[in-house]
Design a protein around this ligand. Structure first.
Ligand code: APR
Length: 387
């Protein structure tokens, strides 16, 4: 999941770089600045002294020292003065320059606090919008795992109008207890289709002052352990027409022969015509039908490129429910289309699931902005869409 909103203490994150919400002196302070200096140790301040400060909106990097992160990227957000003094542009620059510096340092993962949303008084929901818009724009042209770290979930605020309308919708539609039959039905389905193992690897180092790790942050959630894609050939090749790609034809033939067995008297061509389309086949078909590029779709769905390549190359791929819904949003499917898409992976929407009701609200309202949906899911303490 290229962009994730998580809760926790940024000083404990095992990522390549954490971003510090500093002041122009770069000589430490309170808030996250103070926490980072405390956790990194005195050598951080020594190196900061050599940087001779930092302009608002700019970014400078130092080592991470005792932190689990390899680098600290120090940036200075604007002080909120009502919104008429260029605060939005300066905050955008702080995020953008920090991301560009992380890319320059070849970081594969970076974590941000909510810059300026503390002592500097930037309204949280406005700061969140700037953060997510700037990170989304960056991820259009870059591959990086970006975390936005919320120190305390109670401080989290997103679009008030959506939040109050959505709260009413959830109250009206959430069925507290799912009838046992359909609940068991869903369990059976998910076992049958090998639902997500959902192995959650923490990206938070265990205990303070954890040994500095060179290891990259592991994903907070993975559907299936991703073996490194052995060869890049299976990566999306935008030009080649889908049907001619070897992996697609090979997989379809394999599926056909598996299913064709009971239809002894059918030719393979006829069996192919009778295949139940798999999740992966339906996804690729709908991408083509909309004239989308693969990369445009998986970026809109907050799915990382390697995972998409795995889905594309495996006609039997078993996605998590969040992945199916993320693609349903990226493809802007109607509720009915979403239901049948979920069914191909063995899932169904349920009013006993708060996250399903939330996603249903956005689809019903024609709001397919996955980042906004994820803000809402985070606000309601639900798993985010994407993988
Ligand atoms: N991990 C993650 N987030 C944190 C942590 C932490 N350990 N500590 C605080 N935060 C959050 C706050 O809850 C807030 O949402 O970081 C966000 C930014 O708050 P501040 O640290 O106050 O930063 P900012 O508003 O940008 O003000 C910067 O404060 O600490 C001084 O020296 C700093 O003068 C500078 C000013």
């Amino acid at each position: 999941m290229p962009f994730q909103i998580i809760t926790g203490d940024i000083t404990r994150l095992e990522v390549d770089a954490i971003v510090n919400a500093a002041n122009t002196s770069l000589l430490g302070g309170g808030g996250v600045d103070g926490a980072i200096h405390r956790a990194a140790g005195p050598k951080l301040l020594e190196e900061c002294r050599t940087l001779h400060g930092c302009e608002v909106g700019q970014a400078k990097a130092t080592g991470g020292y005792n932190l689990p992160a390899r680098y600290v990227i120090h940036t200075v957000g604007p002080i909120w003065r009502g919104g008429g003094s260029g605060e939005e542009e300066l905050l955008t620059s702080a995020y953008r320059n920090s991301l560009m510096l992380a890319a320059e340092k070849e970081c594969e993962s970076v974590a941000f606090p909510m810059i300026s949303a503390g002592v500097y008084g930037y309204p949280f929901d406005k700061a969140l919008r700037v953060a997510t818009d700037t990170i989304r724009a960056f991820l259009q042209d870059h591959e990086m795992q970006v975390y936005l770290v919320i120190f305390s979930r109670s401080s989290f605020r997103f679009d008030d109008d959506i939040y109050s309308d959505l709260s009413r919708y959830v109250r009206a539609n959430l069925e507290e207890d799912e009838p046992r039959s359909s609940f068991l039905g869903n369990i059976a389905k998910s076992i049958a289709f090998g639902g997500t193992s959902g192995k959650r690897d923490s990206i938070f180092s265990s205990g303070r002052g954890a040994m500095k790790k060179e290891a990259r942050a592991s994903e907070a959630m993975r559907e299936e352990p991703l073996e490194e894609s052995a060869d890049e050939d299976i990566l999306c090749d935008e030009e080649k027409p889908r049907k001619e790609t070897p992996e697609f034809a090979g997989a379809a033939m394999a599926q056909a022969s598996m299913l064709a067995a009971p239809m002894q008297n059918m030719s393979l061509a006829q069996a192919l015509e009778n295949l139940d389309e798999s999740f992966s086949q339906a996804l690729l078909r709908m991408i083509d039908e909309r004239g989308m590029k693969d990369s445009e779709c998986y970026k809109k769905a907050n799915i990382d490129r390697k995972l998409f390549s795995k889905i594309r190359g495996d006609v039997h791929y078993r996605p998590s429910k969040q992945t199916v819904l993320a693609f349903a949003v990226a493809l802007e499917l109607s509720l009915e289309e979403t239901e049948s898409f979920l069914k191909k992976a063995g899932y169904a929407l349920s009013h006993a699931s708060k996250s399903d009701v939330i996603v249903e609200y956005f689809i019903n309202n024609g709001n397919y902005d996955l980042y906004t949906i994820n803000e809402a899911l985070y606000a309601f303490d639900q798993s985010l869409l994407g993988a």
